[in-house]
Write a protein that binds this ligand. Structure first.
Ligand SMILES: [Zn+2]
Length: 633
């Protein structure tokens, strides 16, 4: 039996860090986002996404508005709402979801086609421009939403709509060649296959993967001359085949390139496909790209895709903290990729990556009040430059209420709402615990409960509720230098493989495993090829990367530095931040600036106090400068 996730239906989270965030999602974010999609929040940018569906159903007049992929905002919101209904039953939300799904059903064409842009605006041109028009992308997201409503909320109406849509897509693309300009349909079809068991959908996903890059000129040959319409406000040249990873067959890819979210959705699908088919070449390609991204192209926060130009990977070690793009969607997709890699084989590096993204780059995408979102996640902000100077227009010091391209907010929302999917897996003799997030899982071997002081303390206690003969494999976070493990309070040692400790026993009901490890403040240093980080350090503790915000300092951030020996203390939350957050305090030095722009005088330094907060919590107080990396003396 291959490794399978323990379904989120069988996982209950009661974690002191994540449960309040899931509550925020259910109580604040999902209703608020729905209002935005209905254009009921005056201060937010216009979405029009639900109006587009009303127009496609012939129930509202007017013009299509927004990106060519505006439908996907609704699909991702529906997916998040599905998980929300599982977390917290809500009769009114349930009814609104049903009404929205019924509206989507009324937009579906006789032959199963579903896309509001082409139904409203260009009915004659559907499937004519796969490079830019995102029809397959939107369909993939709708399929994910349909599968989620089935799995999490027991609602099948959208699933039936998606089955008709998938059959329409299969009817067309089983016969003719076609590949999506933006990958996502592969994920959607595989998800639909997992829910329905219909091999046709799996095979269609595999065909899309198989055809990609087989003919490197496919988009050049099959993209119509530009019709003069801006599909969502950007132009992609058909000849830029690296941008969408269509220049090389997927199994031959060696490095991550081009648009980061496209690359990662492709990898998430490839890893899922490899787990499904046992395709070693596909898996090897995934592993190569995993290594390439995590060892050469990823920020210390987990952000990826360093360039605003084309939202893309660039070249190895090109990771400028102040011009960083680091789209929230790319970090969300890193979690999807790592999670699907875990279906192939349990390796702590995948779990560590999920952890890094969840606690840092992805989570920073959301304001602490659950209502505002970052698209771009920089590691350094200077208020005089960010958002203003050429090349820095995308780097904002404050999360906007909404975005013209609103892919990120619902993406992060669906991830947090479905966190239960990412915690546990099982195969025929083992239960795997990937993340130290307090929860109870109902597995094939009965219930296992885990309580933990993580992420602020290095401890976890597992209780095997029902007993049985199986292995409990626990991932030890990669940052833990050592740990102790007690089984029923007795110190024990068990074999460790690839970051998981394997405890094989005949368990009695009530047996416990407790795990303890130190979580000192760690000072991280970058490879010298990351030239913007040369001579600097970043602070980390447990799963968190820390940052310095101007509001907490006595001195300008650009003037401060740390000596390598200085002791760093943990302190309770700083002013204006929620209670319970572990922050850092230390003595630093500040350079006394000469009075002129350049001076031959030696720099004088004097001591100053410095404070750091977890990176995810930045930009929640008055806007100001922020740095993750700090100079080391
Ligand atoms: Zn996005």
């Amino acid at each position: 039996m291959p490794i399978q996730e323990v379904s989120l239906r069988n996982v209950t989270i009661f974690d002191h860090f994540w449960s309040p965030r899931q509550e925020l999602i259910t109580d604040v974010t999902i209703p608020y986002m729905e209002k935005i999609l209905r254009d009921e929040v005056p201060e937010a940018k216009k979405s029009h996404a639900i109006s587009n569906f009303r127009m496609a159903a012939g129930e509202e007049s007017g013009a299509f508005y927004g990106m060519v992929f505006q439908d996907s905002d609704v699909a991702k919101w529906l997916e998040a709402a599905a998980y929300s209904l599982l977390l917290k039953p809500d009769h009114e939300l349930s009814e609104r979801v049903d009404e929205l799904v019924a509206l989507i059903g009324r937009c579906q064409q006789e032959d199963g086609y579903l896309n509001t842009y082409f139904t409203v605006k260009e009915p004659g041109n559907r499937w004519t421009n796969l490079l830019e028009c995102h029809e397959l992308y939107c369909a993939g997201h709708m399929m994910e939403a349909g599968a989620a409503l089935h799995e999490a909320a027991g609602k099948d109406d959208l699933l039936h709509i998606c089955i008709r849509l998938a059959d329409h897509i299969c009817d067309r693309f089983e016969k003719e060649e076609g590949i999506p300009g933006h990958q996502e349909i592969e994920i959607g079809l595989l998800r639909l296959f997992h829910v329905t068991g219909k091999k046709r959908y799996r095979d269609m996903a595999l065909r899309f993967l198989e055809l990609r890059g087989r003919d490197p000129e496919w988009f050049i040959k099959h993209t119509p001359p530009h019709p003069g319409i801006h599909y969502g406000g950007y132009d992609i040249e058909p000849s830029d085949t690296i941008y969408n990873q269509s220049d090389v067959p997927v199994r031959e890819q060696t490095v991550a390139r081009g648009h980061a979210v496209r690359q990662l959705y492709l990898l998430a699908a490839m890893a899922d496909a490899a787990a499904e088919t046992g395709d070693r070449e596909m898996l090897n390609a995934c592993q190569r790209l995993f290594d390439d991204i995590t060892q050469k192209q990823m920020y210390v926060t987990g952000a990826v895709g360093s360039s605003a130009y084309h939202e893309a990977f660039t070249v190895d070690y090109d990771l400028p903290p102040d011009r960083c793009y680091g789209e929230t969607c790319a970090s969300v997709a890193m979690v999807f990729f790592a999670h699907n890699m875990l279906k192939n084989h349990p390796d702590g590096r995948f779990a560590d990556l999920m952890e890094l993204e969840l606690y840092n780059a992805a989570l920073a995408g959301m304001q602490l009040d659950g209502k505002r979102f970052f698209y771009v996640n920089p590691l350094e902000v200077d208020m005089r430059v960010s958002g203003k100077a050429p090349g820095y227009e995308h780097v904002l010091p404050k999360r906007p209420p909404w975005h013209d391209c609103a892919c990120c907010p619902p993406n992060l929302t669906r991830l947090i709402a479905s966190l239960g999917r990412y915690l546990w897996s099982e195969d025929d003799d083992t239960v795997y615990s990937h993340l130290l997030i307090g929860s109870e899982a109902t597995t094939r071997f009965g219930r296992i409960r885990m309580e933990s002081g993580y992420p602020w303390q290095g401890d976890a206690c597992y209780t095997v509720a029902d007993g049985g003969d199986f292995t409990l494999a626990i991932h030890i976070p990669g940052h833990a230098a050592s740990y102790t493990m007690r089984v029923n309070r007795h110190l024990e040692e068990y074999p460790v493989r690839n970051g998981y400790v394997y405890i094989r026993r005949i368990w009695n009901a009530g047996d416990t495993v407790s795990l303890n490890f130190d979580m000192p403040v760690r000072r991280l240093h970058a490879d010298i090829r990351v030239r913007s980080c040369a001579g600097k350090t970043a602070l980390a503790r447990g799963p968190f990367i820390y940052c310095f915000e101007e509001v907490d300092q006595e001195e300008q951030l650009s003037s401060v530095s740390l000596s390598p020996e200085v002791k760093i203390d943990t302190v309770s939350s700083l002013s204006g931040l929620p209670e319970g957050m572990v922050c850092l305090s230390m003595e630093g030095k500040t350079d006394v600036s000469p009075d002129m722009q350049y001076s031959p005088d030696l720099i004088r330094r004097r001591p100053c106090q410095l404070k750091a907060i977890p990176y995810y919590a930045w930009a929640n107080r008055s806007p100001g400068n922020m740095n993750v990396w700090i100079r080391e003396q």
